[in-house]
Design a protein around this ligand. Sequence first.
Ligand code: URA
Ligand code: SF4
Length: 215
Amino acid sequence: MQMSTEEVLQEVATEVATCAKCNLCKGRTKAVPGEGRSSAKILFIGEGPGYNEDRQGRPFVGPAGQFLDELLTSINLRRTDVFITNVVKCRPPNNRDPLPEEIQACNNYLDRQIAAIKPQVIVTLGRYSMAKFFGSEKISSIHGRARKVNGYLCIAMYHPAAGLHQASLKDTIREDFKKIPQIIAEAERVVAETPVKQAQAAPTPKEPPQQLSLF
Ligand code: URA
Ligand code: SF4
């Protein structure tokens, strides 16, 4: 029997809570699987838990999270409308960057979350989630623009924490965020105009990673 979205998300959260697949398990207080609506149209993928997230077991609850809340409010969304997770589910010591082997060890949880939620739009927050979808492209040239990657509409954005330290980036992030509703509307229009036959053929395309510029 195929599991429902909620069941997959619950299963991932349960596994993550006691996971020991990489060294980050050693320093964590609580793993942070991610949270939000199982039927979310938008999936946000950050980097990894920080101090506050590690203590609470919830994503983006510190200063960067407050800014993310403000950004969501600016497009009439609440946390409970979207799903928010991270590339690694356990806090790196002293908030250091996650190592390639840690990202690799944790990748399966993220892939299962994405496959279960099937979001209309994936928003990457920061370098590491961007690298998963956009390879080695530069954030300064691709931020705020939607592209289809592996069947998902993806938008790379600067990490909200970067905006906390740099006022000009804060404005850039705000502007990029305001594009999300338009991008979703456009994606829905494209789906609505897609002939039924093609729409049925659409699930799980096995094409190699391709990045088509949509807009
Ligand atoms: N920064 C992240 O990338 N993720 C969090 O959950 C919190 C801060
Ligand atoms: Fe497991 Fe991911 Fe935590 Fe590493 S970061 S221990 S792979 S849940």
